[in-house]
Design a protein around this ligand. Structure first.
Ligand SMILES: NC(=O)c1ccc[n+]([C@@H]2O[C@H](COP(=O)([O-])OP(=O)(O)OC[C@H]3O[C@@H](n4cnc5c(N)ncnc54)[C@H](OP(=O)(O)O)[C@@H]3O)[C@@H](O)[C@H]2O)c1
Length: 459
């Protein structure tokens, strides 16, 4: 018989729990993936929430009424005060055979304290256990190391699931799928054929009520250190020796270790930031140097990628919402480029991550009915599929114990190391370029890529 398990959600009244976790659990329940789940315990600290109010939250969250699903749940009031864990302990003592899955869906400043408290009281439990930690994992290299150390005191690495929900996204996983299951791409997936790579996460919305979190964090930490660098590793990694979580994560870490260090004094050459014009007014802030836009250029110093820049950028209140990666191939030399007024465009492979799940190949074709030497015109071949919920994929992986799509200790620290000089430099030099809402971002980001004779691509 498969192992029985029990889920504890810390932050069970929060935004993530309502908008993602409960709908995903309901979907898994309907697919009978929770058949071995004995109980789901949600914790929250608001005093006026009892069972009735909590069920109403579940109803709103899943958009319906399903008493059998709701009967899986218990709601426990819990603050971070140590004594509060007593209530939780009493319930858990009734489930000594089950594996425990603890999901930390609380603000990041609570992680260390929850882990330490949990670690203490779990000493009395023989149960197998897993701990799931939301992003952001740390605020900088030092705090990420500290958090890793705290977790390590109480949990083994194979019990830890550090979430980067981008890895659960269909298109992001398709980067791996497309690269390693098609022979036609491997031969050209290197510096001999690829000119550069762009990874963009552009948003047209602002901070949307998360200012307490966002103003401390900014775009570099919020998006680039984790999500965009993770996409980079999937684009750049070598084929793993086998389909095995260790082998795959080892290859990703090798990429991170090969990224050329940006020295403190070089930061302006490799990274730019910006703040959208109405940020202070929108968020009622007297002053802030937090970036709502960041762009970074990275180089990977290995045989495959030497000399190929990876441009990563993200921003808020831009013209359009789009997340994608583009592989831009070198321009074709010879014949057509010698024709007057004919510059064939570069080939591009685009991975559209949001809002759609799409893979695009841009190539050139002779115009219909044109002569043999007519200037070729750009053409597109496209595949698209539904965008499944990333959290559902990840939850299922947690249940079965597959770590492939989760971030390992060394991976998280290495990614912080990459961005740490930029964090330090921006802290010291606080002048921040301003860009207009609805624009393409600050002029400095255009300059960053134009200096190299390139432009930002849009899919
Ligand atoms: N929301 C998203 O879409 C999203 C996406 C990706 C990652 N995340 C990450 O997921 C985590 C949760 O995000 P969220 O948006 O759900 O946050 P949230 O709504 O601000 O907070 C979640 C819950 O944490 C509880 N909480 C806050 N401070 C606490 C404390 N000192 N002691 C005990 N409980 C406390 C609150 O419980 P009460 O309501 O009972 O006060 C709150 O409902 C964060 O780490 C966030 O970065 C969120």
């Amino acid at each position: 018989m498969e192992k029985k398990f029990l889920i504890v959600i810390f932050g069970g009244l929060g935004d993530l729990a309502r908008t993602k976790i409960y709908p995903v659990l309901y979907s898994l329940y309907k697919k009978k993936e929770l058949a071995n789940c004995s109980k789901i315990i949600s914790t929250g600290r608001r005093p006026n929430v009892g069972r009735e109010e909590f069920i109403q939250i579940l109803k709103d969250s899943i958009g319906g009424d399903d008493p059998r699903f709701f009967s899986l749940f218990d709601f426990v009031r819990l603050d971070l005060e140590k004594e509060d864990y007593k209530n939780l302990k009493e319930i858990l003592l009734k489930f000594l055979e089950e594996e425990f899955i603890f999901y930390l869906a609380t603000p990041p400043f609570t992680f260390e304290s929850i882990i330490a408290n949990l670690g203490d009281f779990l000493k009395e439990f023989p149960n197998e256990r897993k701990i799931v930690i939301e992003k952001p994992f740390g605020y900088d290299l030092e705090s990420a190391k500290r958090l890793n150390n705290t977790i390590k005191k109480h949990f083994r690495e194979e019990e830890i699931y550090r979430i980067d929900h981008f890895l659960g996204k269909e298109t992001v996983q398709n980067i791996f799928g497309l690269r390693f299951s098609n022979i036609i791409f491997e031969g050209i997936w290197n510096r001999n054929f690829i000119d550069h790579i762009q990874i963009s996460a552009l948003e047209n919305i602002g901070v949307e009520g998360r200012i307490g979190y966002y103003d401390r964090v900014g775009a570099l930490r919020d998006m680039i250190q984790n999500h965009l660098i993770q996409i980079l590793t999937l684009i750049a990694m070598e084929p793993p020796c086998c389909i095995d979580e260790k082998a795959i994560r080892d290859e990703k870490v090798k990429v991170l270790k090969s990224i050329r260090e940006i020295r403190y004094e070089e930061v302006p050459l490799y990274a730019v930031r910006g703040q959208y014009e109405g940020y202070l007014k929108d968020e009622k802030l007297p002053k802030s140097y937090t970036e709502t836009y960041a762009a970074v250029k990275l180089y990977i110093e290995n045989l495959r990628w030497d000399g190929v820049p990876f441009y990563l950028r993200t921003g808020k209140k831009l013209r359009k919402k789009e997340t994608y990666a583009v592989i831009v191939f070198r321009k074709i030399p010879g014949l057509f480029s010698k024709l007057l007024d004919c510059i064939p465009q570069e080939n591009i492979i685009g991975f559209k991550i949001a809002p759609e799940n799409k893979i695009i190949l841009n190539f050139q074709l002779r115009p219909l009915g044109g002569s043999l030497l007519s200037c070729p015109i750009p053409t597109t071949m496209e595949w698209s599929g539904p965008n499944l919920e990333a959290y559902e994929t990840l939850f299922l992986d947690i249940i079965v114990g597959d770590h492939t799509l989760f971030i390992r200790e060394d991976e998280v620290e290495k990614s912080w190391e990459i961005v740490q000089p930029i964090i330090d430099f921006w802290k010291d030099y606080q002048e921040i370029p301003i860009y207009s809402e609805g624009s393409l971002g600050p002029k400095e980001a255009e300059d960053l890529i134009r200096r190299d004779g390139r432009i930002w691509k849009y899919l």
